[in-house]
Design a protein around this ligand. Structure first.
Ligand SMILES: Cc1cc2nc3c(=O)[nH]c(=O)nc-3n(C[C@H](O)[C@H](O)[C@H](O)COP(=O)(O)O)c2cc1C
Length: 219
């Protein structure tokens, strides 16, 4: 397995981007972009779930995922402003961890992503109050059929949807103020390389970033 470079690069973002690209190109698993996303509620209780990383920005250092803005994760993100995420590619013996503040993605960006989703997914986003109790899956499916009827579309059609994005659904950007590479080694002599930097809010979607510093960590 590839080792981490002997002289770690000053900027880890290209390495993280290339690890993700390699995992996608090698089709290491069905969802190489699936990551575990951890949030904490206002009382300090953590929770985690899988979401899909949909965009990685190697220039600024954030990743984007999409979800319901009233889901449990969203409520926790809005309460604390922070999250952590981890990607694991078992076949490559690699893990990358991200930590930092979270901001909503610009609305135009969420609109553009929503427009690429198939109609069925668009309708589901409209009718599913994600994380709320559900009486029966049938009642949700009948809400989806009603919504489709109301919009005059065929919910079983395979064409890309053209529904507008609901305001309660969209992207979040997880900005990295810490990032850690983990590369599997023999006899559990795994390599760990942790990078940190300072972020200062620039506007409601982005941060100005200080320089990265790094250190190796014991396995
Ligand atoms: C492979 C996989 C991909 C998923 N992708 C997403 C996603 O991109 N966005 C999302 O909101 N939920 C996604 N989910 C569902 C979440 O894991 C979770 O059930 C849901 O978001 C509700 O979480 P919450 O109640 O903690 O907010 C995915 C689940 C799996 C297993």
């Amino acid at each position: 397995m590839n080792a981490l470079p002997d002289s770690p690069p000053e900027d880890p973002l290209q390495v993280a981007d290339s690890w993700l690209t390699e995992a996608i190109e090698a089709a290491v698993q069905r969802h190489p972009n699936a990551m575990s996303l951890a949030t904490v509620d206002a009382g300090g209780r953590p929770s985690a779930r899988i979401v899909l990383l949909k965009y990685f920005c190697p220039a600024d250092g954030f990743l984007t995922f999409y979800t319901h803005y009233k889901s449990r994760k969203a409520i926790e993100i809005e309460a604390t402003g922070f999250a952590a995420a981890v990607l694991h590619w078992d076949k490559l013996g690699r893990q990358v961890r991200f930590e930092g503040p979270v901001m909503r993605a610009p609305e135009a960006e969420s609109d553009a992503y929503f427009a690429t989703r198939p109609l069925g997914s668009q309708i589901n986003a409209w009718v599913s109050a994600q994380s709320r109790p559900l009486d029966s899956i049938e009642s949700l499916m009948s809400s989806a059929r009603e919504k489709a009827l109301q919009l005059g579309v065929d919910p079983d059609g395979s064409a890309a949807g053209n529904l507008a994005r609901p305001a309660f659904w969209g992207g979040y950007r997880l900005w990295f103020d810490a990032l850690e590479f983990w590369q599997e080694g023999a006899d559990r002599f795994h390599e760990r390389l942790r990078y940190e930097r300072e972020l200062t809010a620039r506007d409601s979607h982005s941060f100005d970033a200080g320089p990265w510093s790094w250190r190796r960590l014991q396995p």
